[in-house]
Design a binder for this molecule. Structure first.
Ligand code: SD4
Length: 308
């Protein structure tokens, strides 16, 4: 039984072709990478890879993590030359003796292993950064709202990350890749490339990954916490609910904050949940591909008019 699950409707286009890579004996990480790399290469996705909005100084920096197990994972953090952040993270996992490389060393390592240095700032992202720099108070923070059409309704305060989980007869694998928060302080690192924060995969207990405000995720070791709940016997939806309730109980949460979580148990049960309405996920299984909103939404809020 194969399964492919990812965050936000912009991850929809390559779902079928990625699912086709989940046949018997295939590496589930290849399927997850296929979805993640397509989003990274899309200049219209303004939160991942090329197209990602820059930091406050106008520089794009990308973070990614790939994971199969506590013994097999790799992170590339604060890449400023290599667009293919997920591929760089996979190289760290497969070709280095380390788990995490950051900054110029991460770029150099990726380039030594064949990834090209490329322009990181897409023209549209540059324009939006220039507009923000000229008027930083425009469009005060608002979280992204997924209309399900492959593009998010959003403004400058929103941000969103592609997180992908894949499962087949070989087990589980995950990828999480992002340009982080738009207009972030240079040097800021979010949850996405931190194992146990933005993504955690354990072959025996399950996998979970998260998009949203990284600052709410890191201190709760959020994806680890979801997998840990599953280890203790919780179904994925209960494990996600527990995490989101914990975040709400323990931290001040702003109206523009959002968290979207997806999780798979080793026996193939899966769930999605979010802190607030507006999050969508994509799933492909034997029944086909669907873009959907999670049933589990912790904070009940009206749909903003601008999102319809
Ligand atoms: C971060 N979690 O850098 C990422 C961004 C994100 O939805 O996922 N936004 O905090």
């Amino acid at each position: 039984m194969s399964l492919l699950l990812s965050t936000w409707s912009f991850s929809r286009p390559e779902h079928e072709s990625a699912f086709a890579r989940l046949g018997p004996g295939a590496d589930p990480l290849d399927a997850a990478m296929h979805v993640a790399e397509a989003v990274e290469a899309d200049p219209e996705v303004d939160s991942v890879g090329y197209g990602g909005l820059p930091d406050a100084s106008g520089g794009v920096s990308l973070d990614a993590l790939v994971m199969r197990s506590p013994a097999e994972h790799g992170s590339a953090i604060a890449l400023t030359q290599v667009r293919r952040a997920a591929a760089a993270a996979r190289l760290v996992m497969e070709k280095s003796p380390h788990r995490i490389l950051a900054g110029p060393g991460a770029d150099t390592f990726a380039m030594q292993h064949g990834l090209p240095a490329e322009e990181m700032l897409a023209p549209a992202a540059r324009e939006r950064w220039e507009a923000w720099r000229n008027d930083p108070n425009q469009d005060p923070g608002q979280r992204p709202w997924d209309s399900g059409l492959g593009r998010l309704y959003r403004n400058e305060g929103g941000h969103d990350t592609v997180c992908v989980l894949a499962q087949n007869d070989q087990g589980l694998a995950g990828v999480c890749t992002t340009s982080g928060m738009p207009w972030k302080a240079p040097g800021r690192v979010g949850d996405s490339p931190i194992p146990g924060a933005g993504l955690y995969v354990h072959p025996r207990y399950g996998a979970a990954t998260i998009t949203g405000t990284g600052e709410l995720v890191i201190g709760n070791c959020a994806s680890f916490s979801v997998v840990e709940s599953m280890r203790q016997g919780a179904e994925p939806s209960r494990a996600i609910a527990h995490l989101l309730e914990l975040v709400l109980a323990e931290q001040p949460v702003k109206p523009e904050d959002q968290l979207g979580v997806i999780a798979i148990s080793p026996d193939g049960h899966w769930a999605a949940g979010s802190l607030r309405p507006g999050f969508k996920y994509v799933v492909t299984d034997e029944q086909g591909t669907r873009v959907d909103s999670p049933e589990l939404v912790i904070v009940d809020e009206p749909i903003p008019e601008t999102a319809s």
